[in-house]
Design a binder for this molecule. Structure first.
Ligand code: ATP
Ligand code: MG
Length: 174
């Protein structure tokens, strides 16, 4: 189930419960249905194994990516291409020298149109632009995940609304 724990004004964290991976998949499908996603910067926060890459995988699949979706832990970035949409999946966990940000061409990527999904943004040393949406995953004692959604722009608000609408539909279906 995607459960809605509360409804607040834009800019304040919304928290949804992701009881299993299928709930993560449904959230991904909801986000993929929002046209504003095509130019969004989304940060995925949370400890090792929290489920960040899992959510990105479901999101990319929902958008139509069919091949293998690797975690970019070693490569730092994995690019994807769909008709009319560039996607970059970053994982800055092993990013040792934030000063390389510009040298590696990451500044250019963030300046160009497309969807940017960023795991471990805190390791990029403040070089990232302000994200449209911050997703924070937390592992519960029973292994279920909670996800906090913090929109930081109109794009983020649109994405957050999609997620909440999906959770409301699920609630009313039970
Ligand atoms: N909603 C969920 N419910 C239960 N288990 C989940 C859920 N989402 C992900 N998992 C499980 O959590 C494990 C780790 O997930 P994942 O690799 O996505 O974590 P991560 O946050 O990307 O970690 P890292 O920081 O190492 O990149 C996987 O085995 C996955 O099956
Ligand atoms: Mg990961």
């Amino acid at each position: 189930m995607i459960e809605n724990f509360g409804r607040h004004h834009a800019g304040i964290v919304e928290t949804l419960s992701l009881d299993d991976e299928s709930a993560t998949a449904r959230l991904a499908v909801a986000l993929a249905g929002e046209p504003a996603l095509c130019s969004a910067v989304i940060e995925l926060r949370g400890e090792l194994g929290a489920g960040k890459t899992t959510l990105v995988r479901y999101l990319l699949q929902a958008l139509g990516i069919t091949g293998r979706i690797k975690s970019p832990t070693y490569a730092v970035v994995e690019p994807y291409e769909l008709p009319g949409l560039h996607i970059w999946h970053f994982d800055f966990y092993r990013f040792a020298d934030p000063g390389e940000f510009a040298d590696a061409g990451f500044r250019d990527i963030f300046a160009s149109p497309g969807l940017k999904l960023v795991e471990w943004p805190q390791q990029a040393g403040g070089y990232l632009p302000r994200a449209d949406l911050v997703l924070e995953l937390t592992v519960q004692l029973d292994e279920r995940r909670q996800i906090g959604l913090t929109p930081q722009s109109a794009i983020g608000v649109a994405l957050c609304s999609r997620a909440l609408a999906a959770s409301t539909n699920l609630d009313s279906a039970t």
